[in-house]
Design a protein around this ligand. Structure first.
Ligand code: GNR
Ligand code: NI
Length: 175
């Protein structure tokens, strides 16, 4: 198992559109294991393959307290969304330190495949519903800051680029 590098906004690779998974093999299971290790290490409650620079329709979620409810969604589709909307203070491992309100459908029904290619359906609400939609956005190349105003988004972009410069200069000093 290994911890994978998580792309940081505004990396243009976060805007790539993921393609469907067609082969359910050992490589896929290894990728899921590495993504789970990466998510638990971060720590985060979800991770989309796009965030680790793999542009395939795969995401994982674990909203449990004890990291014992890993959920895997491959080629996910939202087949129903509630009229009711809910605002949630979202964060993202690709935009560390930034949290802001995003409004989305409160409940969704999703159809997806598991690691063996078996189809399943799930009715989600609460944080799980938020996460499914947040991760599915990643697969479409969308990061949650794109729901915020251009002013906020530009401030976040500037902050992230400054942090990136600081990280790079620290790395150069160590050499
Ligand atoms: O860890 C995460 N927490 C979170 C909190 C509120 C709404 C969405 C999320 S997902 C995020 C992990 C992540 O960036 N997934 O793409
Ligand atoms: Ni995210």
């Amino acid at each position: 198992m290994s911890i994978l590098h998580i792309l940081r906004y505004p990396d243009p690779r976060l805007h790539k559109i993921a393609t469907p998974v067609r082969v359910f093999d050992e490589r896929l299971k290894q990728l899921i294991a590495d993504m789970a290790e990466t998510m638990y290490d971060a720590p985060g409650v979800g991770l989309a393959a796009s965030q680790v620079d793999v542009h395939e329709q795969l995401l994982i979620i674990d909203t449990s307290e004890d990291n014992k409810e890993l959920r895997v969604f491959i080629n996910p589709e939202i087949i129903w969304a509630s009229e009711e909307r809910k605002i949630y203070d979202e964060g993202c491992l690709s935009v560390p330190g930034v949290y802001d309100n995003v409004e989305r459908p409160a409940e969704v029904k999703v159809r997806a495949q598991d690691a063996d290619g078996q189809f399943f359906e799930l009715h989600a609400d609460g944080l799980l519903a938020v996460c499914i939609q947040h991760e599915m956005d990643h697969l479409q190349g969308k990061v949650f800051v794109e729901y915020l105003s251009p002013l906020k988004r530009n401030r976040i972009k500037t902050k992230m680029l400054k942090e990136e410069r600081d990280i790079k200069s620290r790395q150069n000093k160590r050499r």
